[in-house]
Design a binder for this molecule. Structure first.
Ligand SMILES: [Zn+2]
Length: 435
């Protein structure tokens, strides 16, 4: 039977609040009642499972081209599908940099060949991420890859004149600048969050103000230019306050938080385990509480992963020499459930908003983040909220296993992912379900 045969997902809890069937025909939701299913449709029992619009990650690092030893578009796509994602935005810090139409088209077309998730390339703001000359963003926007999100992520667009020009440039094609907010001078040599723990450990600190000062500048620039700004991996209480202020002023800004900043603090660094080394760094409990509150009240718009694969040799070394970043596509949903849903801060409908609808809207992904309604594309994630599991980093579909969450228990996980009606990931518990 072909992959595109009709499928009936029976007894799913849509958004965790209404039980219905999802009848999928030709890649779309054809009905919410199994009685309408065409003869020969394959069925899957989703009793006890929550159905969400397929998850969208607007901050993923694939390492292809250039560092295929860490991740390829194929392994990253597989990891994403396994984490419940149907679309990912691939950051530009590859080798070569995704700063031309040629490179973004290559990434997009390789993503289509793999076919497990929609891979939307993010274009670099500056040539080679060097922060000196704007890239040809218009050429990337008008290419077949139709890039709408631009970022030098990994580096900050620090020059205020370049940042202003970039905001003006993307406005002409409804693009957005996603800023990695980090003042480079205030973070020279930084190894972890600057605070009590860094002082005790004697490690160079990355102060909160290095993030907050750039966000403050950028929201003012975005307001001045009348353009769209997205703030990557917001991590401090002060950053939440600045975004809240900017939104109250009517500035067109959105912000994302990472699962690790919802769960972990700088206390984790005490063991000098480089898996906890990330940029921006793990902050304090006060910051964790503030980003959770910001996500709950809508100040922070989305959860994104900052999935950052690194091979063992870049992590199995002393703290100072280790690369920054952690993988996260397969643990994101479970961490959001643990920190936000099980604590009562977010409903599953809210999770659909912060992990699908809003990220798709920021990225201008027209076919994603759509409601679970008749006629919509069948991009669907099934979550088992009772599937308590222990994270085993070596079991990941990613080519790298630099997860800081090894051994921790998460309450739930994605158990099935459908891209335009085609299953791209099915948990082993569904083996034989379609027989
Ligand atoms: Zn970044």
């Amino acid at each position: 039977m072909s992959d595109t045969a009709a499928i009936v997902i029976e007894n799913a809890s849509l958004y965790g609040d209404t039980t219905a069937d999802l009848v999928i025909v030709d890649g779309r939701i054809a009905s919410l009642d199994r009685a309408d299913a065409p003869a020969g449709a394959r069925t899957l029992d989703a009793s006890g499972l929550v159905a969400l619009p397929g998850l969208v990650d607007i901050h993923t690092h694939l390492r292809e081209p250039g560092r295929e030893d860490a991740e390829t578009i194929e392994t990253g796509s597989r990891s994403a599908a396994q984490g419940g994602f149907v679309a990912i935005h691939a950051m530009a810090n590859t080798t070569p940099t995704a700063d031309t139409a040629g490179v973004v088209e290559l990434v997009a077309s390789r993503g289509r060949e793999v076919g497990l998730v929609d891979v939307f390339p993010v274009g670099a703001v500056t040539v080679g991420l060097e922060g000196t000359q704007l890239s040809e963003m218009g050429a990337m926007a008008n290419s077949r890859a139709q890039v709408r999100m631009f970022s030098d992520d990994g580096k900050c667009v620090h020059d205020p004149v370049l940042m202003r020009r970039a905001l003006e440039y993307v406005k002409t094609f409804d693009g957005v600048i996603a800023q990695h907010a980090q003042d480079p001078r205030l973070t020279e040599g930084a190894q972890m969050h600057e605070g009590l723990v860094s002082a005790e450990l004697g490690l160079a600190g990355w102060p909160a103000v290095a993030e907050e000062s750039i966000i403050a500048r950028d929201v003012l620039l975005a307001g001045h230019v009348g353009s769209r700004l997205h703030v990557c991996h917001l991590s401090t209480a002060g950053s939440v306050d600045i975004i809240r202020w900017a939104k109250a002023k009517g500035i067109d800004v959105t912000a994302e938080v990472m699962p690790h900043h919802l769960l972990l603090t700088d206390e984790s660094v005490r063991g000098y385990d480089p898996r906890f080394k990330v940029n921006p760094p793990l902050r304090t409990q006060e910051d964790v509480d503030a980003v959770r509150a910001g996500l709950a009240d809508g100040t922070i718009d989305v959860v994104a992963t900052d999935h950052a694969p690194h091979p063992d040799e870049d992590k199995d070394c002393e703290w100072g020499a280790a690369a920054m970043g952690m993988i996260g596509l397969e643990t994101a949903l479970g961490i959001v459930q643990k920190t936000m849903v099980d604590t009562g801060a977010l409903s599953w409908r809210d999770v659909a908003r912060v992990m699908s609808t809003t990220p798709a809207s920021i990225g201008r992904d027209a076919e994603h983040g759509r409601p679970l309604e008749v006629g919509e594309p069948a991009n669907i994630t099934l979550v088992d909220p009772a599937a308590a599991w222990t994270v085993e980093p070596s079991a990941t579909a990613s080519r790298s296993n630099n997860s800081p969450f090894g051994g921790i228990e998460l309450p739930g996980r994605a158990v099935a992912t459908f891209l335009r009606g085609r299953p791209t990931y099915l948990d082993v518990s569904f083996e034989g379900a379609f027989a």
